[in-house]
Design a protein around this ligand. Structure first.
Ligand SMILES: Nc1ncnc2c1ncn2[C@@H]1O[C@H](COP(=O)(O)O)[C@@H](OP(=O)(O)O)[C@H]1O
Ligand SMILES: CCc1ccc(OS(=O)(=O)O)cc1
Length: 286
């Protein structure tokens, strides 16, 4: 640890439960199984919403599991020491979460038939969401202002590095049979259709009332009140005791309330430069 991050291969990671040695161990030794379901994202893309939906799909809409087991135990965060320990010898199908960029990820995933879901979100909303989350967190460098965090974000000096590199890396898997790209925006716009798409990808069939229960129990309001999913259990340790909320607004386009006109222009320019050669259908918000 040096400046509020742990650095591994030139990329900043959180300081709690991460070490470079451990990151190397995960990269070299974690073995994926064909039955695994892997949620991948850049932080603040709606990762925990997707985990809640997956938990409910596999429970056929029964909320018992999401109401009794913390979200980080249901789909542990692979690159943390805690997550790796709980996952590596676990029997049966596993839910696994990761924010690691593709070039530092365990190679075994590319040989397995594990179902991989990459969640993407407008990076402007990720930036704003990240700013409000990291200022109430105690495990990454805290920005002093949104202006400062804006600079860090476009330079890639935030937890897990550059959003642009992250999506370029992972979306190169587009088209593989076991790889699904889903956006926060499509989840928000038509949650029912997005959940049906997930079910199809996962080979799961839900009855209409089971689907309704998935939608109800993964809704923003219900998740915000579920202490197994709203991260209030970590208050006073990884999160500030009284400030802010993990489930903050849960909307698309909130960046418009925070970016100045100049920041919006700078971001547009960088976005265009860095994504010009990528399939534009990856970015449904543009
Ligand atoms: N059920 C839900 N519906 C909509 N957004 C949700 C949600 N659960 C979490 N989110 C949003 O997802 C973001 C967190 O993402 P992650 O899980 O990757 O850290 C937060 O965004 P905001 O800060 O914009 O509200 C949070 O509010
Ligand atoms: C407090 C542990 C925690 C919770 C949620 C996080 O968000 S994200 O998964 O990185 O987007 C990070 C850490």
């Amino acid at each position: 640890m040096s400046d509020g991050f742990v650095w591994f291969e030139g990329i900043p990671f959180p300081v709690v439960d991460f070490t470079p040695e451990h990151m190397r161990e995960v990269q070299e030794n974690f073995v994926f199984k064909d039955e695994d379901v892997l949620t991948l994202s850049f932080p603040k893309s709606g990762t925990n919403w997707l985990i809640e939906i997956l938990s409910l799909i596999f429970s056929k809409g029964d909320p018992k599991w999401v109401q009794s087991v913390p979200i980080w135990e249901r789909s542990p965060w692979l690159e943390t020491m805690y997550g790796y320990k709980s996952l590596k010898d676990k029997e049966g199908p596993r839910f696994i979460t990761s924010h690691v960029p593709i070039h530092l990820f365990p190679k075994s995933v590319f040989k397995s038939k594990a179902k991989v879901i990459y969640l993407i979100r407008n990076p402007r909303d990720i930036l704003v969401s990240g700013y409000f989350f990291w200022i109430i967190s105690n495990f990454v460098k805290k920005p002093e202002s949104l202006e400062q965090y804006f600079e860090w974000f476009i330079q890639g000096n935030v937890a897990f590095g550059s959003w642009f590199d992250h999506i370029r890396g992972w979306t190169s898997m587009k088209g593989k049979e076991n790889f699904l790209i889903l956006s926060y925006e499509e989840l928000k716009q038509d949650t029912r259709s997005a959940v049906q798409k997930l079910c199809q990808f996962l080979g799961k069939k839900l009855e209409p009332e089971e689907l309704n229960s998935v939608l109800k129990n993964s809704s923003f309001q219900v998740m915000k009140e579920n202490k197994m999913s709203n991260y209030t259990l970590l208050r006073g340790w990884l999160l500030d005791q009284n400030n802010g909320s993990f489930l903050r607004k849960g909307i698309s386009g909130d960046w418009k309330n925070y970016f100045t006109v100049a920041q919006a222009e700078v971001f547009d320019k960088i976005f265009q430069e860095k994504t010009a050669d990528l399939p534009q259908e990856l970015f449904p918000w543009e």
